[in-house]
Design a protein around this ligand. Sequence first.
Ligand code: BDR
Ligand code: CA
Length: 327
Amino acid sequence: MTARIIIDCDPGVDDALAILLAAGAPEVDVAAITTVAGNQTLAKVTENARRIAAAAGLDVPIAAGCDRPLVREQVLAGEIHGETGLGDVRWPEPVRALDSRHAVDLIIDEVMAHPGEITLVPIGPLTNIAMAVRTEPAIVQAAAGVVLMGGSYTRGNTTPAAEFNIFADPEAAAAVFSAGWTVTMGGLDLPRQVTVTADLIARVRQLDVPAARLVLDTMAFYNSAIRQLGRGADTSGTIDIDTGAGAGPVTAGSLHDPAAVAYVIDPGMFVTRDAIVEVETAGEGTYGMTVTDFDLRGRPANAVVPTRIDAGAFYDRLVTAIAALPG
Ligand code: BDR
Ligand code: CA
């Protein structure tokens, strides 16, 4: 069955790869793209989303959303994603005009018009999703699911405790995790298992589609940004409680956002555990931490947490999807 999704994003180099993956995957039908301030300002990420959609041949509504977090002061991530949000890569000019609706309204319209059909795939801060839940609480029942990139059950990448998408708007994340639906939390622990490897680069280099050049340039920028920042820039899953693998400097960009899209494409590639996830909004050092309880302690789970990914299957899907993009 094809999964119909709304990608709520802040492109963002790995957001770009995630959108291309979704566009090229036959298992996924992208209903719309919505944008939220995160890796860069709202104006920049919205322009980027329109450019990426053009490259991907995605003729779908694109709507701009919230330009700042609900409560906290804004944090951006230009040190990884560059001044434009897409590094030094020149993407094609946008084709489709921006949707006139606010992203929050578009999300509500789509979910309520197609009950049980739309899976929300937030791969940026959760401001738009929290606003949508507050504005129309019925989306909690009407959405087919929420599969997000954010959080971690071990440690953070923006602070020792917090992952960027959650840290950028912890109050919104708290509202989303406590809304009453089951959130699939594709956290940092996962994408450390799927990074921009030399093998992946070599395979994309073989592809004869224009998007392959953009992917190669994006991956090169991403790896170089991660290396320049060095250890601490992106410590995604350097402590992996399942595999015990990965203690050491990070030398390649983790494919965070593509991993979340991959879950929608084929959940069979993942090992998951049920959990209760609560977002810390009061602690100083732990602000934005996704406190994850796998023991449940008699309480119902509010989250499914992928802990392992079949990296080989993931890379195959990614390469196949890029190869399927319009020439
Ligand atoms: C997440 O933060 C952003 O910088 C990436 O695009 C990804 O969504 C990883 O922490
Ligand atoms: Ca992102």
